[in-house]
Design a protein around this ligand. Structure first.
Ligand code: PMP
Length: 365
């Protein structure tokens, strides 16, 4: 008998039982990048320095993987507190990437009828998680220069009384940092929690972490993904302990695995390599933006991230041309009307950036 004889029944059952809004989705597809110059996913292009990697190897060797990890990951939280200068007055919550924290925070606040507000275009997982959790999502378009449309944001907040607002600071996929006064206005107006997603903090000139004490409804979300440790999957949230205690109830007991915990403690015991790599990336971002900005028909937007957004004459053509030259970037064309003919280019190593520039010179003469 064909071992898939039940396929028809399974399809019928899935059609009848799976929530229609989930059936309407397609699963997130990560582009295959075998043998490509990978400038599509905001990764740090540098490997860890040799001295750090031997420290890492020694730490991993000692991990008793027959045991469950420390469920509260105390050593990791202590490392992060010391790295960030976060006192015990604040709670720290860890996730399997900040993606998981977005899921936990959203699910916790998804009371029947609750609303999430976020600017658009922004990180798509906010809207996706509203859908997963059954929360109503209201997007507010950014201005054409990608700044917050603060009047529209405040009007939406007044109208919707959201339980949850997400602001990516700096924003993905536009790369810019919203004006601090606009963020403060959102914090003051919002009756619910405002998650300031600082995934790109290492490349930006501002942070709300030092301002936690001013706003009872502020949570700062971060990740180690953009500073050289994307493969470890660790995100962290810092907020008043009253918030963190609630989110902790939705967290899976062992959500950060033992190898990641040991690795993070070893990697953060000396952090100079992180700052050095971030500073090299910032310098390369400036070079990329300057050189690409001189090409005919290319407009570069100001970025405080490890990527730049370039508007070109024909984004699908440039994207394909880059791909033919084994360079992978993100084509934002079609994502949102404000992103017409935009490409998102992650800053690579100097030689990767040289290859990208040479290819763009050919493609945007
Ligand atoms: N927030 C923002 C704004 C992002 O751009 C990303 C990743 N692209 C994330 C969160 C998720 O990061 P991770 O799950 O790797 O921590």
């Amino acid at each position: 008998m064909n071992d898939r004889a039940q396929a028809g029944t399974s399809a019928t059952l899935a059609a009848a039982l799976v929530r229609p809004e989930i059936r309407a989705l397609s699963a997130y597809e990560v582009a295959k990048a075998e043998g490509m110059v990978k400038l599509d996913a905001m990764e740090n292009p540098y490997a860890i320095p040799a001295t750090v990697s031997s420290r890492l190897a020694a730490a991993l060797e000692r991990v008793p993987i027959n045991r469950y990890p420390d469920g509260s990951a105390d050593a990791v939280r202590a490392s992060l507190r010391s790295a960030l200068g976060v006192s015990d007055a604040w709670g720290v919550l860890l996730g399997n990437g900040s993606d998981e924290l977005i899921q936990i925070i959203t699910a916790t606040l998804a009371r029947p009828g609750a609303v999430m507000v976020a600017p658009e275009p922004s990180f798509v997982m906010y809207r996706m998680n509203a859908l997963y959790a059954g929360m109503r999502y209201v997007g507010v378009a950014l201005k054409p220069d990608f700044s917050l449309d603060i009047a529209a944001m405040l009007a939406a907040i007044e109208r919707e009384r959201p339980s949850l607002v997400y602001l990516a600071y700096p924003n993905n996929p536009t790369g810019n940092l919203f004006a601090e006064r606009d963020v403060v206005a959102v914090l003051k107006a919002t009756p619910g929690l405002v998650v300031l997603d600082e995934a790109y903090y290492a490349f930006a000139e501002a942070s709300f972490l030092p301002r936690l004490a001013e706003f009872a409804n502020l949570l700062v979300l971060r990740t180690v993904s953009k500073v050289g440790m994307a493969g470890l999957r660790l995100g962290y949230a810092v907020a008043a302990p009253e918030w963190i205690a609630e989110f902790n109830k939705l967290r899976q007991p062992y959500n950060v695995n033992a190898l990641t915990q040991a690795a993070i403690v070893a990697l953060l015991s000396d952090r100079s390599w992180i700052a050095e790599q971030a500073s090299a990336i910032r310098a390369e971002r400036v070079r990329l933006a300057t050189v690409l900005g001189r090409l005919r028909g290319v407009q570069i937007y100001p970025a405080q991230t490890n990527f730049v957004v370039a508007r070109v004459a024909d984004a699908p053509r440039v994207f394909e041309g880059l791909k033919e030259r084994r360079i992978l970037v993100k084509n934002l064309h079609g994502w949102h009307p404000l992103l017409e003919h935009c490409l998102r280019i992650t800053v690579g190593t100097p030689s990767e950036n040289d290859m990208l520039i040479a290819a763009c010179v050919e493609l945007c003469p």
